[in-house]
Each structure stands twice: as structure tokens, then as C-alpha cells.
Design a protein around this ligand. Structure first.
Ligand SMILES: [Zn+2]
Length: 185
């Protein structure tokens, strides 16, 4: 076969190997989450593509202050976040990928200076990992879809769960009831 005919095949092969290196398999690139259902409550579990971006892409999308929290595991200073004193009805979404993470109905005043919730919008939407940084053993919470750092969860919250999800405002985007209504599926 002439070289002219071989080249496209070689190119195709290298593209396929590049793509498979980027996407090992479809299964690992999907995550099970719940979106906002028709009644405003968590909908059925669905498969959603994992949101994967480079650090440069995240920084461009988020801006430096949000990037530092969401992608570099920073913690904002207490009593400084813009959502601490937000008492409106609505839903708090991931600032990175717009996954619904917490409903206003589970927000409470913890006195810590960070927005606090006693349960997530849907347990599927939050990933918990052990965090041993800063000489402490804590449970870090991440967005299940984009892996963004949200904060930590502690077991000193109020009833009924006795959990305290301690969030950085920068990791969240709040949408009020009217905005959430438009997102119902
Ligand atoms: Zn996310």
C-alpha cells in the first residue's frame, strides 16, 4: 500500500489511542446523581457525565477566588462568605458544574461563620473523603460530578441528622425558588 493510504489510518489509530487515554471507559466517566425533579424535590437517580477540566480551564471559568476554594481546597475566612446570611428559599448549586447540592430547608445557623446545612439535597450528589491535612482527621465533602472541594462534614449538627455540612460560600451558587422552578424536569 502506498504511504498516502497508510497515513490516514495511522492518524486515526493515534487519535483513538489518545481518546482512550483521555476517556478510559464510558462507565468511569459517568456519575449517578439526582437533579431537580418536577415537584422541586430531588428527581430520580440519573447517569450524568463527570465534569473534567484542566486547572487552566477551571481558573478561567471560576475566577481566582472561587478557583482557590473549589479546585485548590482553600477555605474562606469565617463570616466573610456571601451566603452565610442568605435566608431566602431556594437551592444551592455547585459553583463548578451547577449540580444541586443543598436546599435552603436544611440550612441552619451553626454560629461557625460558614454556611451550614444538616443534609445534602441528595446524598448521591456529595462525595465524602477522609482528610488528614492540618493535623486533623476530618471528612471532606466534594461535588460528586466535578470533584470540586465544598467544605467538610462534622457529626455535631442538629436533628434530625445530627450532621453539620460546613460549606464555603465560594463553592456554591444560590438560585431562589423562581429560578429553581424554571429548572424542574
Ligand atoms: Zn460540581
Amino acid at each position: 500500500m502506498h504511504l498516502r493510504h497508510l497515513l490516514p489510518a495511522a492518524l486515526l489509530l493515534s487519535m483513538v489511542s489518545f481518546m482512550s487515554a483521555q476517556s478510559p471507559s464510558n462507565a468511569t466517566n459517568m456519575v449517578v446523581v439526582r437533579l431537580i425533579g418536577p415537584d422541586g424535590q430531588p428527581g430520580p437517580v440519573i447517569q450524568s457525565p463527570r465534569v473534567i477540566k484542566t486547572d487552566a480551564e477551571w481558573e478561567k471559568q471560576l475566577g481566582l477566588s472561587v478557583y482557590r476554594v473549589l479546585r485548590a481546597k482553600g477555605t474562606e475566612a469565617p463570616f466573610c462568605g456571601n451566603l452565610l446570611d442568605n435566608h431566602k428559599d431556594g437551592v444551592y448549586f455547585c459553583a463548578g458544574c451547577e449540580l444541586p447540592l443543598f436546599a435552603s430547608s436544611s440550612k441552619f445557623n451553626s454560629g461557625t461563620g460558614w454556611p451550614s446545612f444538616y443534609r445534602p439535597f441528595a446524598s448521591e450528589n456529595i462525595t465524602e473523603i477522609r482528610d488528614v491535612s492540618l493535623g486533623m482527621v476530618r471528612t471532606e465533602i466534594l461535588c460528586a460530578r466535578c470533584g470540586g472541594h465544598l467544605g467538610h462534614v462534622f457529626d455535631d449538627g442538629p436533628a434530625p441528622t445530627h450532621l453539620r455540612y460546613c460549606l464555603n460560600s465560594a463553592a456554591l451558587v444560590f438560585k431562589d425558588e423562581a429560578e429553581v422552578k424554571k429548572m424542574r424536569k
